[in-house]
Write a protein that binds this ligand. Structure first.
Ligand code: JJ1
Length: 439
């Protein structure tokens, strides 16, 4: 069934994984092919230099017309140029991992795959991995068995620097996910979402009721909330690493301040990060939250919409304005202090009856505190996103997100995101233990 994946170091779908570890040991240098894999006649490998504007435009164009769509092909991810630079040029990036394929005759870019390095923790083990993303094949090139070649080629290049594990996410089911997460959506501009077919169309009293229930204030409520600045980098690194390590089983480790600066300092139209600058101890941060901007093109524009960002059908009898794009914010990382100093009095310990019960009781109270803190932070993220003109706020049911999605009126989407490792067999991880966000 899986002509390609059955040849790769990934667990079989049928296999029940009992413990964690590599499927094969590191390869010796002589086991790694020196030359790129052979491409079909008429195609050639190339590198996309992310710092060269013209090459970036070609890459951006490939994604714009050919990248990920929802199940009904109504929307397609539309990553901005600035976003792609952010995603592919983190500290320690490797330019050889920005791999393209061109048509030999026209030199048109017809496929792409990328990797960036990441230090991952999988339960108690720290593993240097390649994070593989933006695998994209031109629509005219589908079903020519090209994806396996791109995957093998990027794998070869990753092997050359002594890395033998990778992490990737896919909407579809392949052998074999380490975790399955579901998308959740929070409407910020419900009418536009209905007009574009993103959410179910409502009318009359139902519409009015929904719109008013989704109302948000214009100002955030957490005292001391402000955009992150350079001087916050060190504290954000500590908050984040601590939060990830104490709460989740699969998580990246941010080793340097340069990585934090790269991933979190606000970039207009790309990533927003807010920190909570404690009023009691000015300059000491207690929490932060971030989200990134990833619009989707509307593939089947329908009439009825009015206002900015609309197109008119040429020479129609009646103008049929329609939206061409949905501005979506996606929850990125957050960190909140994890030590709330919850302790039980002697009497309370007695009442618990056992050590185990007492520990559980502390955990429950801590979780209740984290839940209310995160809910307030996430509500402020919704408020900022709405003020910034986003139409919808998306997240997965990963991390501690399920603590606030219901209260903040997120609803489940029809999309899933599955997490996979290459050459690492790991026991299944529940969505709420995934602490690693892919762009
Ligand atoms: O965006 C997604 N679904 C939307 C649109 C569905 C249109 C019909 N198929 C959706 N909308 C409902 C929103 C509603 C708002 C009010 C509350 C209730 C919900 O469900 C989905 C995610 O749900 N997106 C996709 O399917 C895109 C692909 C996701 C896989 C990404 C793979 C990335 C691989 C690279 O790392």
């Amino acid at each position: 069934v899986h002509e390609f994946w059955s040849t790769q170091p990934v667990p079989k779908s049928s296999e029940e994984v009992k413990d964690d570890g590599p499927l094969h040991p590191p390869l010796a240098p002589e086991q790694i092919p020196k030359d790129p894999y052979a491409l079909p006649e008429g195609m050639e490998w190339c590198l996309i230099d992310i710092e060269v504007e013209s090459e970036m435009k070609e890459f951006h164009d490939l994604l714009l017309n050919n990248y990920v769509e929802d199940a009904d092909s109504m929307f397609r991810f539309n990553y901005s140029l600035e976003f792609l630079r952010w995603a592919l040029l983190p500290p320690g990036f490797n330019k050889d991992w920005h791999v393209g394929v061109r048509s030999s005759s026209t030199k048109e870019l017809i496929a792409f795959i990328s990797g960036i390095p990441v230090d991952m923790m999988v339960r108690d083990k720290k593993i240097r991995m390649a994070e593989i993303n933006f695998l994209c094949l031109h629509k005219d090139m589908r079903s020519q068995r090209m994806a396996p070649l791109l995957i093998k080629e990027v794998t070869r290049r990753v092997h050359l620097v002594g890395i033998f594990q990778a992490v990737y996410t896919v909407g579809r089911l392949l052998p074999k996910p380490v975790s399955t997460c579901r998308y959740f959506h929070r409407s910020l501009n419900p009418k536009k979402l209905m007009d574009t077919g993103f959410s179910q169309k409502l009318e009359g009293a139902q519409l009015a009721k929904t719109v008013s229930s989704l109302w948000l204030p214009t100002l955030s409520t957490t005292p001391g909330l402000r955009p992150m600045r350079k001087g916050d980098v060190g504290q954000v690194r500590k908050l984040l690493n601590r939060h990830l390590k104490t709460r989740y089983d699969v998580l990246p480790v941010f080793v340097t301040d340069a990585e934090i600066a790269h991933w979190f300092l606000p970039r207009e139209g790309v990533v927003s990060t807010y920190v909570v600058d404690d009023a009691e101890a000015p300059g000491k941060l207690s929490d932060f939250i971030s989200f990134y901007s990833l619009p989707s093109s509307v593939l089947k524009p329908v009439g009825g919409a009015r206002g900015k960002g609309v197109v008119r059908k040429p020479q129609g009898v009646k103008p049929q304005p329609a939206y061409t794009s949905i501005n979506a914010a996606y929850l990125f990382y957050y960190g909140t202090k994890t030590d709330y100093g919850v302790t039980l009095t002697e009497d309370e310990k007695q009442a618990c009856g056992s050590q185990k019960k007492a520990k559980e009781s502390v955990k429950n109270r801590e979780n209740a505190l984290i839940k209310s803190r995160l809910t307030e932070l996430a509500r402020d993220a919704l408020i900022s996103a709405k003020q910034a003109g986003f139409d919808v706020f998306n997240c997965l049911d990963m991390m501690d997100n399920s603590m606030f999605t219901r209260e903040l009126k997120f609803g489940p989407g029809d999309g899933y995101l599955r997490y996979y490792f290459y050459n690492y067999r790991a026991r299944t991880v529940s969505a709420d233990k995934i602490g690693f966000v892919m762009l």
